[in-house]
Design a protein around this ligand. Structure first.
Ligand SMILES: [Zn+2]
Length: 174
């Protein structure tokens, strides 16, 4: 790993956080990854759409994250519960205000607002809206560790990538 980033995950150095992350990994690797990205501040807010039991919620809170469960409806009328987590109370409030008790929608406005909350570069959000999964210049293994689809010739993602890689690697070795 790049020397510059060897100590880039101070949060994971805390033994309590490490214990939580290890247990979260047993529940779901991707959930642990999202939690760590959010803890480290790379993502202002994250959303978990699968069911999450109380023990999972507790682990997120033990990592210092604030959590909220949001009721949504899908097209069929069925209710779903989303879990959102963040270190920033205002972001949880913004999400709840905009999406709480509302149907799940994929409008352009929603995608832009979600992109803002989730920490996606606006250029990538924009490209995805107009041209989803357009060819980009990223290696497949780099695209795989991101949660946004990267726009062609992105100027922001290359600046984020080392930090994502560092967190992804430390999670694998945790
Ligand atoms: Zn971009």
């Amino acid at each position: 790993m790049n020397d510059k980033y060897r100590n880039a995950n101070p949060v994971l150095e805390l033994s309590e956080v490490k214990r939580c992350v290890r247990t979260l990994k047993e529940i779901d690797f991707e959930l642990a990854y999202l939690a760590l990205l959010t803890c480290e501040g790379l993502k202002p807010l994250s959303r978990w759409e699968k069911t999450l039991a109380d023990d999972g919620l507790k682990l997120l809170r033990q990592m210092g994250l604030l959590t909220k469960q949001i009721r949504r409806k899908v097209k069929t009328g069925k209710e779903v519960i989303e879990t959102i987590f963040s270190k920033l109370p205002a972001y949880l409030g913004l999400y709840e205000q905009r999406f709480g008790n509302r149907p799940i929608d994929k409008s352009v406005q929603t995608r832009r607002f979600e992109g803002f909350l989730f920490g996606y570069p606006p250029c990538c959000v924009n490209e995805y809206i107009h041209n989803p999964y357009a060819l980009n210049n990223l290696k497949a293994e780099e695209q795989k560790i991101l949660f946004h689809w990267v726009c062609r010739d992105c100027k922001i993602t290359p600046l984020l990538l080392d930090a994502y890689k560092s967190i992804y690697n430390s999670l694998n070795n945790c």
